[in-house]
Design a protein around this ligand. Structure first.
Ligand code: ZN
Length: 416
């Protein structure tokens, strides 16, 4: 494995404990390569490299001379986690604690006995204006200890039972009220804090493991691995005559995408339309451009767990570092069609790769992703693909770094 690729991926994930941080990391990479930020109220009319950020969602594109179609890669910036409540200070048995809310569907047990800390953003009043400050607290300051086995005599017969309201409230290793602590982090006083969105994260950094150094273990592999691999590919993409390469990185996938900045909203469609008008198209020609566009929806795929191999269809096992995965589901939980599977297979063939094919068991409900939602909204041919991973939604997930490299190569060939 090329050491610089693996280290950069680890560095970028480590720098991105929340969706806003993820977007900031991507912005940093784009800006360094000459991408220019746009406002929703005004789009540049000349060909060039641009991006637009709205909250934890970011879209980047390379505007061509004569627009005829979009080649879109999409992924999501959010991961399941625990988030601090608006009035979090609480205590029990003389221990300070912080009230948290569960975001999405984390594997709750994986949050126990971890050295946790806080990251997010704070909105501060400054006279007549407000500023939004990103915060990362590097020192571990929170814990959710598991109950000792001697005090939980049913664990052997019933397994670990966690009540998300009662058993996930972390110990807060500070005597300061939360707002005072936050104010100090932002060099202000607590009266100036108008609101905040603070999230818990594991302070353990991403690791490259295995004697061949080809396995990644980290928080947020779902789906920051896809976000960063698509970004690396976009950075090396040259402008095209008539095709507009686009990357959409959405927030709120883990809670169903139904938000002003999620894949179920109109942000993507509106942005594509504005790009089309900036290229001199009218609405008829914009709709024609959509008709010949393609959406590559990239999200984690389930690698086969060797201890639970029977959770997969026996003809569709997925191996770490076994190649990129095309996900297909006849009930449209994935947006891949026979045509779009064929297209991705031929793209992979061009870079000397063979896909792994994922097909879900009939007796377990299938997960989903932004593919079907964005595809339905935009009416664009879509394929759902991704890198195989283990322990999806754990605080510590596992994926193959060779597959991550293949994802960069696939996006590069998609945008060529
Ligand atoms: Zn995901």
């Amino acid at each position: 494995m090329p050491q610089d690729f693996s280290s950069q991926l680890c560095r970028d994930i480590n720098a991105s404990p929340t969706p806003r941080h993820c977007v900031k990391t991507v912005k940093g990479l784009l800006t360094a390569q000459g991408f220019v930020e746009q406002k929703r109220t005004q789009f540049a009319r000349t060909p060039g490299k641009y991006f637009l950020q709205v909250g934890g969602t970011l879209m980047a594109w390379i505007q061509p001379e004569r627009l005829k179609s979009f080649s879109i890669a999409a992924a999501h910036t959010d991961s399941p986690n625990l988030r601090v409540r608006p009035q979090p200070d609480t205590e029990s048995a003389n221990c300070n604690q912080l009230g948290v809310e569960v975001y999405g569907s984390p594997l709750l047990n994986s949050w126990l006995d971890r050295d946790l800390s806080l990251a997010g953003h704070v909105i501060i009043e400054n006279g007549d204006t407000t500023t939004t400050t990103l915060v990362t607290v590097e020192e571990p300051c929170l814990h959710i200890p598991q109950l000792a086995i001697h005090l939980d005599r049913t664990i052997k017969s019933k397994g670990l039972q966690l009540d998300p309201q009662k058993h996930l409230t972390p110990m807060w290793y500070s005597d300061a009220p939360f707002r005072s602590f936050l104010a100090k982090q932002c060099d202000t006083v607590s009266e100036n804090i108008l609101s905040f969105d603070m999230q818990l994260f594991d302070t353990q950094k991403a690791s490259i493991v295995g004697l061949e150094k080809n396995i990644l273990t980290s928080s947020r592999i779902d789906n920051q691995l896809s976000v960063f691999c698509a970004t690396y590919a976009l950075l090396s993409t040259a402008p095209l005559e008539t095709v507009c390469p686009v990357a959409f990185f959405y927030d709120h996938e883990e809670v169903g995408s139904q938000s002003a900045i999620g894949a179920a909203g109109n942000l993507a469609a509106n942005t594509l339309e504005q790009i089309a008008y900036s290229c001199g198209l009218d609405r008829t020609r914009y709709l024609a451009a959509l008709a010949s566009s393609f959406l590559l929806s990239i999200d984690g795929a389930h690698a086969t767990h060797p201890n639970y191999a029977d959770k997969h269809d026996s003809q569709h096992h997925i191996a770490l570092n076994g190649g990129l995965v095309i996900k297909q589901n006849v009930n449209q939980r994935y947006a891949t069609s026979s045509e779009t599977a064929a297209y991705v297979t031929s793209l992979l063939k061009n870079i000397g790769q063979v896909p792994q094919r994922y097909s879900h068991r009939n007796d377990i409900p299938c997960g989903s992703t932004i593919g079907p939602i964005a595809s339905a909204n935009l009416a664009i041919a879509t394929a759902d693909i991704g890198v195989g991973q283990l322990a999806m939604h754990s605080i510590r997930e596992t994926a193959g770094l060779e597959d991550a490299q293949s994802l960069v190569a696939l996006c590069q060939s998609f945008w060529q």
